[in-house]
Every structure is written in structure tokens, then in C-alpha cells.
Design a protein. Structure first.
Length: 151
């Protein structure tokens, strides 16, 4: 499935959540709770929404707690992933899964014409892949057992 179609037909108009890189990790955590999301896109200025990085719930857990940092005093720019991989909306869901699996992350921003238009989570992609496999299996069973004809 093409990512553009996935965003349009399945994921829908999920809002993108940005946070400025100078905000605190505590503010990021509060935003994730408020928006019920596992990742925030990091920008220099929320009005421009220029992608500077990504901060995830794993960043908060792995980069704050073990180092005994104070979330309210730790800037997002200090814990975020700065070199963010993105994927074109013209690529497939399998391309996205391969990138995420190869690099070991769970969120991947989608770009079109150099602008972020969406974000994929591994959970979204596996749900879609699972549905596609279930549909394929059902079609094969109908073919093999003759239950899909004339009805």
C-alpha cells in the first residue's frame, strides 16, 4: 500500500504534534499525555514547523531516567533524535516497515514536497499489514474451498 493512501484512507487526519526544541522534557511528556501520542516532532519554531528532530517516550525513559536528569530542566534538544529519517508519501508501507525495523525505531515522519504531512507508527503499519494478510488469507480460503463463488 502506498503511504499517501494509508494516510488518507486508514490513518485519517491525525494531527501532527510539534514541540519547540528549547522546551523541557517535562513539557514533552505532558504533551504526549495530553495528545495521547508516543512521539512529538521537534522544531525550532512551532509556527514554521521546521523539522529539527523527534522526541519519543523511549527518549524520555532511556535518556532522562537512567542519567538521573531533571525533566523540568532538561531541554528537548539535549535528548531528541537530531538526524530524523523521513519517508516520502509515495513509498509503500513495506518500505516504511523496512526502514523502521532496520534502524530500530517506532515512529517515522512522512514528507511530501519537503513538508511533514504525517507520522507513521510501527503499530499502525503492523495493523495494516495484518489486515492485508487476513484479507489475502480469506480470499485464498474462499478460492480453495469454493465458498467465494456465486454468493
Amino acid at each position: 500500500m502506498i503511504i499517501k493512501d494509508l494516510l488518507k484512507n486508514i490513518i485519517g487526519k491525525r494531527k501532527l504534534y510539534f514541540i519547540e526544541q528549547e522546551k523541557s522534557a517535562y513539557e514533552a511528556a505532558k504533551s504526549m499525555v495530553r495528545f495521547k501520542c508516543g512521539a512529538l516532532l521537534v522544531c525550532e519554531d512551532e509556527r514554521k514547523r521546521d523539522l529539527k528532530g523527534i522526541v519519543t517516550e523511549r527518549d524520555l525513559a532511556f535518556r532522562i531516567i537512567p542519567k538521573n536528569l531533571q525533566p523540568s530542566k532538561t531541554k528537548i534538544s539535549d535528548i531528541m533524535t537530531k538526524k530524523v529519517d523521513t519517508i516520502s508519501d509515495k513509498k509503500t508501507t513495506f518500505d516504511a516497515i523496512n526502514i523502521m525495523k532496520k534502524n530500530g525505531y517506532r515512529h517515522l515522519p512522512v514528507v511530501s514536497n519537503k513538508s511533514v504531512i504525517g507520522i507513521l507508527s510501527m503499530r499502525d503499519l503492523y495493523a495494516v499489514a495484518n489486515n492485508q494478510l487476513q484479507d489475502s488469507l480469506k480470499q485464498h480460503q474462499e478460492f480453495l474451498f469454493g465458498t467465494g463463488y456465486g454468493g
